[in-house]
Design a protein around this ligand. Sequence first.
Ligand code: ADP
Length: 398
Amino acid sequence: MSDRVLVVNCGSSSLKYRLVDVAAGEALAWGLAERVGQPSGRLTHHRPGEPPDVVERALPDHGVALGAALEALDRSGPRLADAGLVAVAHRVVHGGDRFSAPVRIDDEVLGAIRELAALAPLHNPVNAVGIDVARRAFPGLPHVAVFDTAFHATLPPAAHTYAVPPQWARDHGVRRYGFHGTSHAFVSRAAAELLGRPLEEVNSVVLHLGNGASATAVAGGRSVDTSMGLTPLEGLVMGTRSGDVDPAVVAHLHRVAGLGPEEVDRALNSSSGMLALAGTNDLREVHRRIDDGDQAAALALDVFCHRVRKYVGAYLAVLGRTDAVVFTGGIGENDPVVRARSLGGLEALGIRLDAERNAARSPGARRVSADDSPVAVLVVPTDEELEMARQTVDLLAR
Ligand code: ADP
């Protein structure tokens, strides 16, 4: 039986899991526990080709949520006891300066993940809770932490240094880290495979456009610049996050509106982005509203695509020579309008989309540029869980 890894991703009120067969590159089962910590919760468990197993019940904490997931696996299969499980992989958002690769978790590593909560207060503590409950559920298995920041450990100083007082960097870790690294790693490798060229020779601009969104310049498989910074707030316009704003906004709103820094931070993270401009963070709904003549939704889409275009231009310059622009994430994979609006009119920069290929709906990795486009434009569905499982098996084989 080949290596199978249980991938766990804990959010503040959710727990996602996926049982991955690494050699086959496929999921044997996956599920989502929602509204963890709230009075009424739900667990939805899936197996390929079967109706979902849905349980509505309170999930007061992540330990109970994981227990409910294990019960669903026992009930609907595959039973983990017979599944050939070799490890549990945990998504951890922030690895700070400390973690530049996946790491086997012991008490010391778990302590370090908790200490990094200063940099990721919304994510690392809950990631640590997930690790804690899973280690108790599977005490005999290796547990591995895979960090969202790790792929960007290769950023050169020119790209990761903010021009701020150096003691902020030294004493408080104020620098750019970058996120979505697991996705950018998976997608840049898959893009090289699609082009039929060795990863080391391929330069790409990867656009992960989902509810969170980020752009990365990848040179020969190494991240050399990325749009997210100290936190996942910087860069592109996202579902509920502003992306780039003048940092003076914080002091300005304090002076003119009496808003505190925490309040502004919350608003920039949770009630900005497409939600603020269009009234919804679902791009499908944005398109519906535009079709109904909604001017605010039209402006929101303009702002979103303009920001993507700006980062593409910047990263073409950072890379010098670019082989591919690669779209991924819920929007990148499914929204031909965003792709066309972001890259239209860039023929002089070597980017020529093929309108028909771009408009065609297809689930797989594919080329959407014209055959004579010097820069290939690709759509590559991301698979962060498979990437995490692969990295985990690689680590354990070392
Ligand atoms: P997350 O960052 O939460 O993983 P996803 O990568 O799943 O998010 O992306 C969610 C986004 O993808 C939402 O804005 C949703 O509207 C968008 N999306 C999903 N399907 C489509 C589609 N067919 N057309 C346009 N946008 C889509």
